[in-house]
Write a new protein. Sequence first.
Length: 334
Amino acid sequence: MKVFRTQTLQGIDSLQLEHMDPPGPLASGQVRVAMRAASVNYRDFMALSGQLRSPGGGLIACSDGAGEIIEVAADVQGIQVGDAVALTFNAGWLGGPWRDTTSMMTRCCPLQGVMQEEMVVHHSEVVQLPEHLSFEEGATLPCAGVTAWHALCGPAPLMPGMSVLLQGGGGVSTLALQFAKLFGARVIAISSSEDRCQKLKQLGADEVINYRKVSEWNNVVRELTDGKGVDLAVDIGGAETIDRSIASTRVGGRVAPVGLISGWPNAISSLFSSSVDITPVRVGSRDDFEMMNRAIDFHKLKPVIDRCYRFEELPEALRHLQSGRHFGKIVIHI
């Protein structure tokens, strides 16, 4: 079978298209998945460059994938051949609070990634997809979708009439926008171009701010909320945006850091002076995934896909993500 793997962890250019034997016979509790689609995330760059703890014997790329069940062990119930499923990102986090050991079971560091034609996993590592979604749409959900859902439904859930600040037009932000509107919340979004701002409006954002034109966008957010600030800010940027996200949030509100696009934040002074809650989001659990899927199924929500690449075009897909010109998710057809 085909796999995309790096032996040297030296970035995109170190990826090699290889052939290896399919996984062997199933053990108790396992299922075999024919992978049909994958999606790419900024985290993949960290994995490919060696910034995350990786498995030995080379790293198979990408954490997010969807596929079809083609074999189940005799003792597996509730899953059958032909089911469309997505793989969970946190394979060991079934529910409840985050634990330190959970990070030892994340897909694509330290577990192998999904850019392979077949995978054998424990049945607890797959969730069934809503019937109206394609494999490509389902592949957008394990990291970006669950992250967006968990950020909005965390310790202080976003409720009807509340306000949320979102950043950019990537996978997490577009899915968070769609979820927030399902909840009846007001969405204020920032982005870097008029084209993307218009797309965010069309997707449902109530107000958009072009941060290339307005560098102190936190002041505009305050003006739009009568000086109070938003109830929740979902911070994607990291070091370059966290201070303004905090400054955009009301006293007693919540900031959910979910990304590190511009590096690790150093906002200690802001944290102590802001009187907001800071709750970093580590994607989410299997329970979060299944709850999100129920909402997606009921509302027949469709994730936004920017572009679909062929399996052999994974490096081009990653470079497209790196360019920052995408809107929604970038997916791979396997």
